[in-house]
Design a protein around this ligand. Structure first.
Ligand SMILES: C[S@@+](CC[C@H](N)C(=O)[O-])C[C@H]1O[C@@H](n2cnc3c(N)ncnc32)[C@H](O)[C@@H]1O
Length: 307
């Protein structure tokens, strides 16, 4: 594949180990990230910044087909507001205990194949939500990672759904659950032996980069949803904003160099943030539609100025 060009051949005819696209310092693969990780060279990744399918089912082929046909499934197609179509959001309150068990199994298996690919001390920033985070975090701890905190992305994403379904008028004074005003990002690290200073010298990992010499990296980050310009470039239903991702990617490379992996890269927003920062990045995406979207979106997203 030539840099920046997309072939007409069906993308999914390729092996997950052949890059589908390379430009600048970004490399994109199409396939199941677990297959890619199983083959990845050990100790080769400095950091992971990723936004996985929170409940798994929302990115299943069946639910993606329903979303694309405008029929919903787990995706709540929001009513038009003032003539504007609002973007669909998945409803995680419909997850059954068996869905949580499947979620645990998936992320435990994922954590197990991710672990050897990471350098000792590599950080993993992983998006989640208030309903599924305990299951995700338990799976990553059981897979051998250490918890290093949680990033609070201040943003209002889970709109609506807070009133008792079908009984909004009968119980007007009731909220079914708290309206989410922040998005949790789990922060994990691959354990290492010896001192932090020795690990920094040996692998360039183990710590977080400060935003400025006198400022530590803080765990509450003011954020906003992706801008109109970003959504125009990348119409992914779970698009994360460049401003926020640039802060995480920068923090994830304590000495300012290294390779960042996004194994669930969607429209390539993490790779674009890395391009902006001049960092090497690897993205993996299973869905052909989103792979095509990433190839067309990454250069434009990377070129957007900071807000
Ligand atoms: C929440 S979205 C990420 C969106 C991304 N943050 C963005 O800004 O575009 C998760 C993505 O993971 C992909 N995915 C799901 N399972 C996968 C797997 N096993 N391997 C690779 N990608 C997968 C989905 O197709 C989806 O695009």
């Amino acid at each position: 594949v030539q840099a920046g060009r997309i072939e007409d051949a069906r993308l999914w005819d390729r092996s997950v180990l052949d890059p589908i696209w390379e430009q600048g310092r970004a490399t994109l693969f199409q396939g199941d990230c677990r297959d890619w990780l199983a083959e990845a060279p050990p100790n080769s990744i400095h950091a992971v910044v990723t936004d996985p399918p929170y409940g798994l089912v929302e990115y299943s082929e069946a639910n993606q087909a329903k979303l694309r046909a405008g029929r919903g499934g787990i995706w709540r197609i929001a009513p038009k507001l003032g003539g504007h179509q609002r973007s669909p959001l998945p409803r995680f309150t419909v997850l059954e205990p068996s869905d949580h068990a499947a979620l645990y199994e998936f992320f435990y298996g994922w954590g197990k194949v991710l672990f050897p690919a990471l350098k000792p001390g590599a950080h993993v920033f992983i998006a989640t939500n208030q309903l599924v985070s305990p299951t995700l975090y338990r799976a990553l701890l059981d897979a051998g990672f250490e918890r290093r905190g949680e990033i609070v992305r201040l943003v209002r994403t889970l709109r609506g759904g807070d009133r008792p379904k079908g009984a909004e008028l009968e119980f007007p004074e009731v909220s079914a659950m708290p309206r989410a005003c922040w998005e949790p990002w789990g922060l994990f690290r691959k354990p290492f032996g010896g001192t932090l200073a020795a690990n920094l010298r040996a692998y360039g990992t183990g710590a977080l980069r400060r935003p400025a010499l006198e400022l530590p990296f803080c765990d509450v980050i003011d954020s906003r949803p992706a801008t109109k310009a970003e959504r125009k470039l990348a119409a992914h239903p779970s698009l994360k904003p460049q401003d926020f991702l640039r802060q995480l990617c920068r923090a994830s490379l304590p000495l300012g160099y290294g390779r960042i992996l996004d194994p669930f890269c969607g429209s390539g927003s993490t790779l674009a943030a890395c391009e902006f920062l001049g960092a090497e990045s690897i993205g993996i995406e299973a869905d052909e539609t989103y792979v095509r979207m990433a190839i067309s979106a990454i250069p434009g997203l990377a070129a957007l100025p900071s807000r």
